[in-house]
Design a protein. Structure first.
Length: 307
């Protein structure tokens, strides 16, 4: 069995090598969108993260509102397509349909995206260091390196085909309560250094979590990471949920009349994220081109206060 705390993104599979990343992924490095929010926990209505997000904009947590909001994201115009290469779905979303009758997975595939569902297995490996606490940047880097070293030792022990995996880690950032503020360049240097010390170059890509950062912070830090002068053998991109959708959700606010405006906001944010990951490719070669502080803790999360 592979290590716990992993996510599954469907693609073409090989019995001995696992799921392959798409051809050319390491060159184009599209982001991975998160649409995994459930409508409840253990069958309890209103317990899921999407319920909290809908409530935050005054929208009722109904199946139709959830469907409409997801449709809003999945049917945004073609400008978003080069920026989002895949979407991780929640179980409910697999069976929902767009207004034209197409299942959401078909809508996503028609736009060139891969479709996956959280299933507790590779190829997306997600060891996240929680941003809770007052730890500084150095402490987060230290713990990130320890965790990633253990993860790749476990993957090696279980003979996981690394070329068919993606890493979905946190950026190295200080805790939310840390009194010292760090620049995007400092965060980038700490993040890339931690990755260089622990992540094999066989891994084709790294898709960063936003880790409670604001939309602006997530973009600035990703941009700085892709401009970092250190050699980077992997494609570096994003796997954002809240940090990609927050503005669109606020604009939509549960009102169908706001759909077009919300889609424009979503496209704008996706393009900004695309620019942030497109400034440099693997190895530093120039290329032309949201889980908040109060979120639910998941399997695979690491609390710095307990490490």
């Amino acid at each position: 069995m592979p290590p716990r705390g992993c996510r599954c993104l469907q693609g073409g599979a090989d019995a001995t090598k696992g799921v392959q990343t798409p051809p050319g992924w390491a060159q184009t490095a599209p982001g991975v969108g998160g649409a995994t929010e459930g409508d409840g926990d253990a069958g309890v209505p209103g317990a899921g993260s999407i319920a909290k997000r809908l409530s935050s904009v005054g929208a009722e947590n109904t199946e139709e509102n959830r469907r409409w909001y997801r449709q809003l994201l999945f049917t945004a115009d073609q400008r978003v397509d080069p920026c989002i290469g895949g979407v991780i779905l929640f179980h409910e979303t697999l069976y929902q349909k767009a207004d034209d009758g197409r299942p959401f997975p078909a809508v996503i595939r028609a736009k060139g995206g891969l479709v996956g569902i959280k299933n507790g297995i590779v190829p997306i490996v997600e060891p996240e260091i929680l941003p809770d606490g007052d730890h500084d940047l150095k402490r987060c880097q230290y713990v990130t390196e320890k965790v990633l070293a253990a993860v790749y030792k476990a993957l090696s022990d279980h003979h996981v085909y690394l070329e068919g995996t993606l890493l979905k880690p946190n950026m190295v950032t200080a805790g939310h309560a840390c009194p010292k503020k760090y620049s995007p360049e400092e965060i980038a240097m700490a993040t890339v250094t931690a990755l260089r010390r622990t992540v094999p170059p066989a891994v084709p890509g790294i898709t960063f979590l936003s880790g409670g950062q604001s939309e602006e912070e997530a973009s600035l830090n990703l941009n700085a990471i892709n401009r970092c002068p250190l050699a980077r053998p992997w494609a570096l991109t994003f796997s954002y949920g809240r940090a990609l959708q927050a503005s669109a959700l606020r604009t939509w606010a549960g009102k169908r009349d706001n759909t077009k405006a919300a889609q424009e906001e979503y496209v704008k944010r996706a393009l900004v994220r695309g620019d942030a990951r497109g400034h440099a490719g693997p190895g530093g070669t120039p290329r032309h081109g949201d889980m908040g502080p109060g979120r639910t803790r998941r399997r695979g999360d690491v609390d710095l206060g307990r490490t």
